[in-house]
Write a protein that binds this ligand. Structure first.
Ligand code: SF4
Length: 352
């Protein structure tokens, strides 16, 4: 997936951004070394998201200095975009496997998750966000507001809640479904934590993509974006995004031959959805792959594709594919099973 899309700003893949504010990173070396000792490990696997890969050699050096000489430390060279994206090849071949930068999507003894929290101060931008939220002094009742953030700012979530509460808001939060680790956490593909009874939702975090998805999922809510990374407050506007999606759906309406992408990454596969499409369409062909990129699909002679893997591949990188790339919901519209006004954001639920 590209790093330059306007929607990818602040994404977990760009964890390097948060490192601007994060000079010291406690990556829990003791926990890793302890696991090596306990398991009598001879092979250790390390997996970093893109923004942290450059730290890999230093982390490997630190581990090597503390474990016996016969321990081999391996660094995954695969791209990594989330906790949905574990390097299962490396995981199976190592006694200790450490996944850096994301909070667990599914707890398992096989993986040591080392999260990365940004130490950027979120409160100045929350102060500015108040301009876009209802004024608590203007009514007798405390206005309700939903609060969500990304895993990177989760370490401050309780403080953020108290901060809003002290300023007169009735703060509504919830934990989403089991794809989400924390209360109030959103992912680029899951906004279940915003299914709350409030007309306003404050999203504290970098970039526009997450709040865009949120606003698409909850068109009845005003989604205020307090971005502490770029230091700006905006209100999510789905219009431009919707136009781009409608254009892709229109282009695919005449398609006959469809490529149905099933992603083989552990947390990005939606088999049932892929199967459903195939059952209904004799001109649909199942294409399995891990990384879904324009180059890899170029040689397939299809009229259009439908992506059942990571929704962001469709929404971030869609225009870069040589043929229209649709979400499963958009496919239903393009083939005439659903009306155009049912276009919605593609979300992903559950784990594996
Ligand atoms: S599947 Fe969801 S969690 Fe995984 S990279 Fe895509 S948006 Fe992020």
């Amino acid at each position: 997936m590209s790093q330059d899309s306007e929607y990818s700003e602040g994404d977990l893949r760009n964890t390097g951004m948060s490192l601007k504010h994060d000079r010291e990173w406690d990556y829990e070396l003791d926990r890793i070394v302890e696991a090596v000792e306990e398991r009598d490990a001879t092979k250790v696997g390390l997996q970093f998201p893109e923004g942290l890969k450059r730290r890999g050699p230093q982390v490997a050096d630190d581990i090597r200095a503390l474990v016996p000489d016969d321990v081999t430390v391996m660094i995954s060279g695969q791209p990594c975009y989330g906790a949905c994206d574990l390097d299962t090849f490396l995981m199976k071949r190592t006694d200790v496997f450490v996944h850096f930068g994301h909070s667990p999507m599914k707890n398992t003894d096989k993986v040591i998750y080392v999260p990365l929290f940004s130490n950027v101060d979120v409160f100045p931008i929350m102060e500015e966000s108040l301009e876009e939220l209802p004024d608590p002094e203007a009514s007798d009742e405390r206005p309700s507001v939903g609060l969500v953030t990304t895993a990177q700012h989760m370490n401050r979530f309780e403080e953020m809640k108290s901060w809003l509460d002290e300023r007169g808001f009735d703060v509504r939060t919830r934990k989403g479904d089991d794809r989400l680790t924390h209360e109030g956490q959103v992912l680029g593909c899951n906004y279940a934590s915003a299914d709350i009874d409030a007309d306003h939702v404050l999203y504290v975090g970098g970039g526009k993509f997450h709040p865009l998805g949120l606003a698409m999922e909850h068109p009845d809510k005003k989604v205020v974006i307090g971005d502490p990374v770029n230091n700006v407050v905006t209100v999510a506007d789905t219009e431009k995004f919707l136009k781009q999606r409608y254009a892709s759906v229109h282009k695919a309406m005449d398609a006959e031959k469809w490529g149905v992408i099933f992603c083989t990454k552990i947390g990005q596969g939606r088999w049932e959805q892929a199967e459903e499409i195939l059952e209904d369409n004799d001109d649909a062909y199942l294409i399995t792959m891990d990384e879904v990129t324009p180059d890899r699909l170029r040689n397939f002679d299809m009229d259009a594709f439908v992506n059942t893997g990571c929704p962001r591949i469709t929404t971030d990188d869609g225009p870069q594919f040589h043929k229209p790339m649709l979400t499963p919901g958009e496919y239903e519209i393009a083939v005439g099973n659903k009306p155009l006004d049912e276009l919605s954001f593609d979300t992903f639920h559950g784990t594996w």
